[in-house]
Structure formats: structure tokens, C-alpha cells
Design a protein around this ligand. Structure first.
Ligand code: ZN
Length: 204
């Protein structure tokens, strides 16, 4: 690779740090960018540069947002007493593709995983409980963590915490989702069915 100019080598090096991108793909992308028009390349580099400055976490649901409240939380037509708890922002994107859900979300920021040093405190669980304390009337929390070992464990932990709120109905999405499969990769119909088929969830 030393035969390549330093600027291209640097770009390949940076691109190959991205998930799922090896040196070969990074090289291909770098040369693709090289052939692009100046304007197109600048638009990409601007989008990357502006990424962090423009983004923050929604104060209510902790989804990625460009303002204090994300678009979903700020939407008056959304049912604020219906909260779907997910692991990551990409799960919100997937669930929104089902187009049938009219509630709000709560993004945990991961799952409880002692091996990885992630306990309940590392997630936004306290914020969820705080959020529930602020609600009035009947509410429902849909536990939509992934059907993995950690996802199930996190759902169980949450259900136990939510017992403190007798007015809150606790449900778990149906397992139309493949076991061990990620919500993030599920198709529209599977998502729709998983939400529609949700059931009461009670920790043992
Ligand atoms: Zn929000």
C-alpha cells in the first residue's frame, strides 16, 4: 500500500475502522470517492463533520435527536402513556417501519450484561422509572428488548422494577422474531406482528 499517496492511505485506514469494512472494501470506497465530483465528496465530509455537533439524546426517551425532545416525543398524536422499551436507536427505526405503532419509546442504550461490565446503572432504566412516575392514568410498557439471553434478562429485570407501578401494564413483544435475532434486522411485517401479538409479561 506504500505505493499509494499518503492522503489515500489515510482515508483507507480510517474507512477500514468502520464495522464490517475490511481493507479491501475500504480501498474500493476510497477510490470510488476519488472519482466522485468535488461537490459530492464535500457533502459527505460535511455530513460526517456535522454528525456529532448536531446530535444529542432526547431528554425523554434517550433516542438520538437534534433537539431536546425527539420528533416522536414531541408529536402530540403519539400516546405518551404507551412506552416501547428498546435497546438501541436503530431498534426505533426498525419498529417505526411497521408504521402501526402510535406510542412513544424508551431507549435503554444497551442491555444488562455483567460480562461486558454493563449493569442496570449503565442503562437509562432510572430515567424510565422517573418517566413513569410523571405519568398520570393507565399506562403500558412494552418490553421490546431482543430475544437474546441478555435481552430476556433485561426484560425480566425491568418487569421486576415495574412492579412498583400497579397502574402500569407490562407486556412483551411476541416472538415472531427469530430467537437470537435482532429487532434491528426484522422486516416490516414481522415487526407489526411482534407488536400486535404482545402479551402480558409477569416476572416469576
Ligand atoms: Zn424522544
Amino acid at each position: 500500500m506504500n505505493v499509494l499517496p499518503k492522503s489515500i492511505r489515510k482515508l483507507i485506514e480510517e474507512l477500514s475502522r468502520l464495522p464490517g469494512i475490511g481493507t479491501k472494501t475500504a480501498s474500493r470506497l476510497a477510490f470510488f470517492l476519488l472519482k466522485q465530483k468535488d461537490g459530492e465528496r464535500e457533502a459527505l465530509s460535511r455530513a460526517i463533520a456535522e454528525l456529532k455537533t448536531a446530535l444529542q439524546f432526547c431528554q425523554q426517551c434517550h433516542n438520538l435527536s437534534e433537539s431536546l425532545l425527539c420528533e416522536i416525543c414531541a408529536d402530540k398524536h403519539r400516546d405518551q402513556n404507551l412506552i416501547c422499551v428498546v435497546e438501541e436507536p436503530l431498534d426505533v427505526v426498525a419498529l417505526e417501519q411497521g408504521r402501526s405503532y402510535q406510542g412513544t419509546y424508551h431507549v435503554l442504550g444497551g442491555v444488562i450484561s455483567p460480562i461486558d461490565g454493563v449493569g442496570p446503572r449503565e442503562l437509562t432504566i432510572d430515567k424510565l422509572l422517573e418517566r413513569l412516575r410523571g405519568l398520570s392514568g393507565q399506562a403500558e410498557v412494552i418490553l421490546a428488548t431482543n430475544p437474546s439471553l441478555e435481552g430476556e434478562g433485561t426484560a425480566l429485570y425491568l418487569a421486576k422494577q415495574l412492579k412498583k407501578f400497579p397502574e402500569v401494564r407490562i407486556t412483551r413483544i411476541a416472538h415472531g422474531l427469530p430467537i437470537g435475532g435482532d429487532i434491528e434486522y426484522a422486516d416490516e411485517l414481522t415487526i407489526k406482528k411482534a407488536l400486535e401479538g404482545r402479551r402480558e409479561y409477569k416476572p416469576g
